[in-house]
Every structure is written in structure tokens, then in C-alpha cells.
Design a binder for this molecule. Sequence first.
Ligand code: SAM
Length: 235
Amino acid sequence: MWRASVLTIFPELFPGPLGASLAGRALGQKIWSCEAIDIRDFAADKHRSVDDTPAGGGPGMVMRADVLARAIDAAAPASDLRSRILLTPRGKPLLQSRVRELAAGPGVVLVSGRFEGVDERVVEMRGLEEISIGDYVLSGGEIAALVLIDACVRLLPGVMGKEASHAEESFEAGLLEYPHYTKPQEFEGRPIPEVLNSGHHGKVAAWRREQAEKATRERRPDLWGKRKDDPPKKA
Ligand code: SAM
């Protein structure tokens, strides 16, 4: 079973939306598990404080290293081989390649930050991998943790069903996916592209590839430039 443990001051947020649909069914089937650990349970004072004022001054509060370290050690002793990850806008952007690696492993231990962030020493001393889900600032790491877990869980064997292929999805070949169409044949005067009704598999595949390349070139020049399998042609 693939295991996700999330350290948070809002354990009631888990599994949240991951209790529904495919991920929820897989949770019920014990393909994966979701454990939310309340960081406040590891506080040392009667107020269950997890944060304090920033050293050097400045606004906001910072999560204490000692409290967080106790929570991490309880969730994942040294023998636990799962990746330990801190969700933070300072981290490396989460990519599908890392999602694939994490989904292929035993699971994840995720630290959800709050306030201004967490004391740097716990990041260093517990070897936390810092991951960001995008260049914007959320108010807490919980939604980022749900995003990371969702991306992994849908890749676990048995979650998406046999008919679903990951191979053609966005990012798998360094490209965004081609556009999709279904019935009705005509919607507000716009027909489905003719080639998709041709029944010619080769032509459909070529059209989809062309559309995937066009979307990637136009929307994500960063991805287009990085493609290894088929480097962009000079204009
Ligand atoms: N002061 C921090 C900064 O400027 O980098 C932002 C702190 S944010 C208000 C609180 C928490 O939300 C962070 O500690 C982190 O756990 C989470 N968070 C915010 N944005 C995130 C992102 N883009 N990816 C992952 N986690 C994020």
C-alpha cells in the first residue's frame, strides 16, 4: 500500500477531496492510505503552540523546529524509506517526472507549512526535500499536499482502470496534450474536426501530434525548448 502521512495543524482537511471519485475508491480499496498528523500534538506547552516570532524581527510567525521535528520523527522513524517533503513556494517546482518517481516508491511524508514558513534548521536536520506546486503563494501547505498526493495516487496501479493510458497525457512526451472532442457532432455551429471522424488511425494520430506540438509551442515555449526526443526545428 502507498502511504501518505501529512503533518499539519489542520488534520480535518484530509483526505478532503481525495475521499471522492477515483482516489476515494482507491482509498477504500486500500491501494493507498492517508494519515493526517496534528503538529499541535507535539507541542510542549498547555497552549499547544507550534509557532513563534521570527529571529531577526519582521512580520508573522515561524513554525518551531523542535515541535515539527518531534512530529516528523513520530510520523516517520529513520527506518521509514518514504520521501520527506516540505511544501513551500521556495521549493523546486513539482514536475510530472518527480510525481512518477514518488508514485513508484513507498509513499510520502508531507509537511504542510503555515504562517511565514518553518524554521530552516528542521529542513536541514530532517533532510526535507522542498517542493513548490507553482509560482504563487497559498495560505498554507495543505492544498499543496493534496495536489501532490492526487497527482501520485492516480498513477498507482489499479486506480485509473486499464483503458486509461498515461502515455498520451500532458507532460509525458514533453508536450501538452491534444484537444478533445465528443458528441454532439455540431456545437453552436462548430463541427468536430473532420479528421476525427475519418476512422483513419494514422491520420488521427498525426493530427493529434501536430495539435500537441502547436499547443506546446504557443503556450509553453519553456517546455517546447526542453524537448529531447525531437528538438524544435529552426524557423
Ligand atoms: N512567507 C512564505 C514565502 O514568501 O515564501 C510564504 C508562506 S505561505 C503564507 C504559508 C505556507 O503555505 C508555506 O509555508 C507553505 O507550506 C505553503 N505554500 C504556500 N505557497 C505554496 C506553494 N506555491 N507551493 C507549496 N506550498 C506552498
